[in-house]
Design a protein around this ligand. Structure first.
Ligand code: CS2
Length: 514
């Protein structure tokens, strides 16, 4: 974003000493930093999360690791972060409260959208010991239902044929590791910070499968010299809007083209499995653990599950943001009941955390009206999100012989969201999802029969595990919710599932009283 019509000065190292007192500045000498880690995917989340933790750590002066930020997809970084010397304003907002701080941990930015070469030069450098990444769920090129590398993915097909000029994340990482092996042989930790289940395992799997296909011993070298820890990351940091840029100008009197906005809450749990040195993020609030799984289930099933539910049902109800959806009494009652009745019993015990309190805390976070998180943004790439957020807890519930009537509603919500974007249903809104065309094709061919629609979508086995898709109770619950969600009164699906749950609850309590 350029300075536009304003004549205000743009944030940069020269302005640091002249910022209003309300804006905190880096509490360390940035010129002494050394690029020790790279981050792939410098978006709003990275700027509000890993880069902030690193800024906290740098302020403790324990080490001097700066971040090299790399984008291999749009947007470009040179015109925003680049021209600001890596500096940006991080706003933490909660209702009327604002906390502003300039973050200084990003020391260099690299645009590698046109070709992987600039990214590969950084990732294969001996100075880089760690690569963190937020490349979105679909960046891993895996099959959501199994976690395996999707060998039919066009970018993977391309990269296997042209391994020296890769386009995909697995192809780029495999090539960087190959160059490290050939040049200096130094180990590398690759830390996924995306919301996919067992993200380190999936990352390792896609990179290893890709390397195995190369058949030059690379996979063995990777096994001995790279580590892929799992991590749970959390902070709500939506896409930045024009309003956010304008706010910084109005409140603080300077222009910043790389503002990031997040909520106060943040969490980072990292599996202690590193190939070499790691930044001591544990000194600034991150937790290093042996097993991330319980934390990951808690976060993806409760917070992210609630977000996806509110997003798709919110769009169907004509609501714009998460905070609007949760302010709706029906949706708010539904989400609380769904999480407490159906999601919580699927969770593993989480050391030091009380699940019910976590649910209440999560619902509180979603009510934050200063966080303008659009329902359409969260609904983007839903096909890559519903397995870990909704389908895995449903599978666990069915395994316990327990009810799934509430969790099935947002699954049908995801279907209805994509179905109604098809031409047969009047293209009610634009969508972005790798499965949008597939679902639109089903909708165009099938028409308005909810049973036939649900059946055809449940047959997509790269999303729905066939065992789950064959389950009668699940099919019935999804079909009946979809039928209502596609009607003129979509929220009837939400009302009815709550009523049915209430009836079942009464029945259970009568039985246990006998
Ligand atoms: C959101 C997440 O867009 C989405 O899919 O659910 O980005 C969410 O805000 C973060 O995971 C919160 O940590």
């Amino acid at each position: 974003m350029n300075a536009g019509s304003t004549s205000l000065e743009t944030l940069g190292p020269a302005l640091l000493g002249r910022l209003p007192a309300l804006v905190q500045t880096p509490a360390y000498d940035r010129t002494a930093l050394q690029p020790g880690m790279a981050h792939l995917g410098v978006g709003a989340f990275h700027r509000c999360h890993q880069a902030e933790y690193t800024d906290d750590l740098l302020a403790l002066r324990v080490d001097r690791w700066g971040i090299v930020g790399i984008n291999i997809r749009p947007p470009t970084l040179a015109d925003t972060l680049g021209r600001q010397g890596g500096l940006y304003t991080r706003l933490i907002r909660e209702n009327s409260h604002v906390d502003a701080r300039v973050i200084g941990s990003i020391v260099e930015v690299v645009d590698s959208q046109e070709s992987a070469a600039p990214a590969l030069d950084v990732l294969s450098s001996p100075d880089i010991e760690l690569v963190t990444m937020t490349v979105t769920e679909k960046g891993y090129c895996h099959i959501p239902s199994s976690g395996a590398l999707d060998l039919d993915h066009p970018d993977i097909v391309h990269d296997l044929a042209n391994p020296e000029t890769p386009r995909s994340v697995p192809g780029i990482l495999a090539r960087a590791l190959e160059r490290r092996r050939a040049t200096h042989g130094r180990p590398l930790t690759l830390l996924s910070c995306d919301n996919i289940p067992t993200n380190g395992v999936i990352l390792e799997n896609v990179v290893r499968t890709f390397a195995e296909r190369r058949g030059n011993g690379l996979a063995d070298w990777i096994a001995g010299n790279a580590a892929f820890p799992c991590a749970m990351v959390d902070r709500i940091a939506p896409a930045v809007t024009r309003d956010d840029f304008d706010s910084v100008e109005q409140w603080f009197g300077y222009h910043d083209g790389a503002v990031a906005v997040g909520e106060p809450f943040r969490q980072w749990v990292i599996e202690q499995k590193f190939a070499g040195r790691m930044p001591r993020w544990d000194l600034v609030g991150a937790t290093f653990v042996d097993d991330v799984t319980p934390f990951e289930h808690l976060k993806m099933r409760v917070l992210n599950g609630a977000q996806t539910t509110l997003a798709t049902l919110g769009v169907l109800a004509g609501l714009e943001h998460t905070s609007d959806a949760i302010a709706d009494p029906l949706l708010s009652a539904f989400i609380r009941r769904m999480l407490i009745e159906e999601t919580l019993p699927t969770l593993l015990p989480v050391p030091g955390m009380e699940p019910l309190a976590y649910v209440e805390q999560s619902l509180g976070r979603l009510k934050n009206t200063a966080i303008r998180h659009r329902n359409h943004q969260i609904a983007t790439d839903g096909s890559q999100k519903i397995v870990q957020r909704l389908l895995n807890p449903i599978r666990d519930r069915l395994g316990q012989g327990a009810s799934i009537g509430l969790l099935s509603v947002p699954v049908a919500g995801w279907m209805a969201y994509l179905i109604q974007a098809s031409s047969r249903f009047g293209k009610r809104w634009p969508v972005s999802d790798p499965y949008a065309a597939k679902v639109a094709g089903i909708a165009d061919a099938t028409g308005h029969d909810a049973r036939a629609l649900a059946s055809a979508i449940l047959a997509i086995d790269t999303i729905f595990d066939p065992g789950l898709a064959a389950n009668g109770a699940f099919r019935e619950a999804v079909t009946s919710a979809l039928n209502e969600l596609l009607s003129d009164d979509p929220m009837a699906a939400v009302r009815h599932s709550l009523e049915q749950d209430e009836v079942a609850r009464l029945k259970r309590s009568k039985q246990s009283a006998l």
